[in-house]
Design a protein around this ligand. Structure first.
Ligand SMILES: CC(C)(COP(=O)(O)OP(=O)(O)OC[C@H]1O[C@@H](n2cnc3c(N)ncnc32)[C@H](O)[C@@H]1OP(=O)(O)O)[C@@H](O)C(=O)NCCC(=O)NCCS
Length: 143
């Protein structure tokens, strides 16, 4: 009933717009979306795409080694809390292990830092503001 698989950049648009850009006038496409080393994952529940996440090869100067950045993480509101976010990160960790990546990091919205903490991410540095979105923390997990 649930399937996690790679999706193409265009498949992320609808959920990015509905969940991450609702009332927020910022682009929903990322400049790295179509790069060869970027990948996108989707969770399908009852054959419908409900959770998305994008993984971009991008370095944070505070960390050493191979790194990927998680962006565009979102689950449709009606199916939150069912473990789909967790499943997508677990799948990404498997893929990143195979690529010998050392760290996965993200700019986490303050209100969802507990979600990331449950998935073994830790905060790095001070809270900071992202214009039009709100307070964030850098967070990372060792792969
Ligand atoms: C954050 C988000 C992606 C979580 O997706 P989800 O599919 O509901 O997550 P899961 O069901 O896999 O949750 C995994 C665990 O984190 C917890 N969790 C999920 N969202 C949480 C939140 N906002 N605050 C605290 N804990 C949260 C769940 O209760 C669950 O805990 P459990 O393992 O003890 O049961 C989803 O709430 C969302 O799309 N939010 C709006 C967009 C957003 O903020 N994206 C992240 C931008 S950085």
């Amino acid at each position: 009933m649930i399937e996690v698989k790679k999706i193409i950049a265009g498949e992320t648009s609808k959920i990015r717009l509905e969940v991450l850009r609702k009332g927020i006038d910022l682009p929903y496409k990322f400049k790295e979306d179509l790069k060869d080393d970027t990948f996108h994952l989707g969770v399908f529940y009852k054959e419908k795409l409900v959770t998305i996440a994008t993984f971009i090869k991008n370095k944070l100067k505070d960390l050493d080694g191979e790194q990927y950045q998680l962006r565009g993480m979102a689950t449709l509101p009606e199916v939150r809390g069912k473990g789909f976010g967790k499943v997508i990160i677990e799948e990404a960790v498997k893929i990143l292990k195979e690529k010998n990546v050392d760290f996965l990091w993200c700019n986490a919205r303050k209100e969802v830092t507990s979600f990331y903490e449950k998935l073994n991410f830790v905060k790095l540095g001070e809270e900071f503001m992202v214009e039009k979105v709100g307070p964030h923390f850098k967070m990372y997990t060792k792969i």
